[in-house]
Design a protein around this ligand. Structure first.
Ligand code: M6R
Length: 612
């Protein structure tokens, strides 16, 4: 939610910041702004719309300066317009700030500042923070960095900020709590951003700021301390992706690129984990907590959106192979109940970004109750991966499209490996079966490679049903979460109403919706509920519903009944979910493109939801 880029060094800051913001637009794209420091003074441009609108707005204006900051916004407080766009300037013009997060006590702070003579030009919580910093700076006569620290100690909520003070014009001050910030360290230049993508062209040396850390970034040095003024000896790490991975690579959209990348991303997920004979798995990340996992009374899986769907598949996998009771919870619900958890429980938190506020809060609650927390994250160094007791990275590579695709298949693959690993450690799976299952899992990238060659068949179906107003997605067993995921993909990028249901639940209500205008997508692969789903298809056909079926290759029965069939490879286990989801990803993609929707940046959404 909101992307931030800051730069200080010897290059022209404008292109560094603008190009960086473009890479962060997945985090929000309601408005964009930039502040450049030219001749020690800030020059600010901000406008409603995307970074490209900002570029047009700047036009031939002054773009000079070797330092500055930029922002791309996902509105929380105040509608998206020019005025509410960042950067914001404090009332007396001393401070310029960009902010990602929510200042929860902003209204209280605003009243206090108003009673001391402050007035406000915008509806944002960020302007309140700018004025609070300025008030402390002027009143307490402290340095700019100390004013920021003192102000942040009064703040309740989440922030990732970059601040510039006109009286100390050769430094940027950055700080974070619950909103990510990464400092990039180059040769005599420094970057600060919400993730490392804006500066991978310039450096691969980074420092991940921790919660309540504050960085004072000058021309020749970075000093990191806590907002309580304790010095932090931050570790400089090397990032593991390059600029090519965050380009579209010849595809029209990131989403399509990421769908087609799945064979590669899954191979990366398996690399070093599946041995060449498929007889063992290495999951170094969970080794320290294996005794906890083996003896767990219960597993609780938490996540949001697509990650929650992966968690539902995890339930099937862990119950089947690890033989342990599993509960799957929306992180946002879990955190506000009074859940009964103790040290015998293991919580598995799933998050592509590793920054989702609800998932982070669920982890904090679980840890407080004494549970061991394992994270499954894609973004290395993300907040969730750092706060967990142990974890497994999915290694799917950067996912830029707002609709999650390759992250989902990577998450399910990690869950499968974990379930098998624990199952084997508990002697629930024989050595022979173990090899058979690992071999099956390892074959998925190749199978998806083949499957993607049939994308044109999906496009044909998309063409026929692109104008439908509603879709129903039905599946049973491990294909029920796939149905949910297919429906989510369609609604988020094409704005068509779609619902996912367990197929057998249809007759308890949704069947009333079925008529000749309602496309019903059945995930009808051959597994133990196949016969049952065949009956469900007949029930829909009897009511003149249009059936689009995802079937195992060679299927005859469903093919004879359905209006359209899309074949996927045949698997006997839940591994089939990994391939069955692919045509659903493609279907939503093609429909969205045909409807003229912005696939990579769907309305109202942001990739990383760092607010409640
Ligand atoms: O980064 P996370 O996996 O924690 O994100 C969770 C959801 O916000 C995310 O999966 C969202 O539902 C996607 N837009 C789905 O495509």
């Amino acid at each position: 939610m909101c992307g931030i880029v800051g730069y200080i060094g010897y290059r022209d800051a404008y292109p560094v910041i603008i190009n960086g913001l473009k890479r962060l637009e997945y985090r929000g794209y309601d408005s964009a702004g930039i502040a450049l420091v030219d001749n020690l003074k800030p020059v600010i441009y901000k406008v409603k719309g995307k970074v490209s609108d900002l570029e047009t707005f700047v036009g031939d204006g002054n773009r000079n300066g070797y330092m500055g900051m930029g922002h791309t916004r996902w509105a929380t407080h105040g509608e998206p317009n020019d005025n509410n766009a960042h950067p914001h300037v404090s009332m007396n013009g001393k401070f310029v700030i960009v902010h990602n997060g929510i200042i929860e006590n902003y209204s209280f702070l605003k009243k206090k500042l108003a009673s001391r003579g402050y007035s406000f030009k915008t509806d944002t919580d960020t302007e309140v923070l700018a004025n609070l910093i300025e008030y402390i700076y002027l009143f307490a006569k402290v340095s700019a960095a100390d004013a920021v620290s003192l102000a942040l100690r009064k703040v309740v909520g989440a922030y990732g900020i970059v601040v510039f003070c006109v009286d100390e014009p050769e430094q940027l001050i950055a700080a974070r709590k619950s909103s990510p910030l990464v400092v990039g360290i180059g040769q005599n230049e420094y970057f600060i951003a919400s993730d490392a993508s804006p500066f991978v062209d310039y450096t691969n040396q980074v420092v991940y700021l921790d919660d309540e850390n504050l960085a004072v970034i000058g021309k020749g040095a970075v000093q990191i301390k806590t907002i309580k003024n304790d010095i932090v000896n931050a570790e400089v790490r090397k990032i593991d992706f390059d600029a090519e991975e965050i380009e579209k690579g010849g595809f029209d959209h990131f989403m399509l690129k990421e769908i087609f990348e799945q064979p590669k991303s899954l191979r990366d997920t398996f690399r070093g984990r599946i041995d060449e004979h498929h007889s063992s798995l290495q999951l170094g990340g969970i080794m320290p907590v294996m005794p906890k996992l083996i003896n767990a009374r219960r597993l609780i899986i938490v996540g949001c959106g697509t990650s929650w769907h992966a968690g539902l598949l995890g339930e099937y996998l862990f119950e089947e192979y690890a033989r342990v009771p599993v509960e799957v919870e929306y992180a946002s619900e879990f955190r506000y109940r009074n859940p009964i958890i103790n040290s015998e429980d293991v919580v598995i938190a799933i998050s592509q970004s590793g920054e989702t506020a609800d998932t982070l809060a669920a982890i904090q609650l679980a840890k407080k109750c004494g549970a061991c927390v394992i994270a499954i994250c894609n973004v290395v160094g993300s907040s969730i991966s750092r706060v967990a007791d142990a974890g497994v990275y999915t290694h799917a590579g950067p996912e830029i499209g707002v609709a999650s695709t390759k992250a989902f298949t990577a998450q399910v693959s990690v869950l499968t490996m974990m379930a098998l690993f624990i199952g084997r450690a508990k002697f629930n799976i024989s050595a022979e079966k173990y090899t058979e299952l690992i071999t099956e899992l390892n074959s998925v990238p190749e199978k998806i490679e083949e499957l993607l060659k049939t994308a044109s068949a999906v496009k044909h179906v998309a063409e026929k049903y692109k104008d439908s107003s509603n879709f129903l997605y039905l599946g049973r067993g491990c294909y029920y979460p796939v149905a949910l995921e297919g429906a989510l993909k369609l609604k988020e990028i094409s704005y068509i109403h779609a619902e996912g249901y367990p197929a057998a639940e249809m007759k308890h209500g949704p069947i009333a919706l079925i008529d000749e205008k309602m496309p019903v997508i059945f995930i009808a692969c051959q597994d133990k509920s196949y016969e049952k789903i065949v009956s469900n298809i007949q029930e829909v056909k009897a009511r003149k519903g249009v059936v689009i079926a995802i079937v195992s290759e060679g299927d005859k029965t469903v093919s004879a009944m359905a209006d359209h069939v899309l074949e996927v490879p045949k698997f006997n286990t839940a591994v089939g979910a990994l391939t069955a989801v692919v045509p659903l990803q493609l279907l939503s993609y093609y429909i969205a493109v045909m409807r003229g929707c912005n696939v990579d940046q769907p309305r109202n959404l942001a990739k990383s939801v760092t607010v409640e």
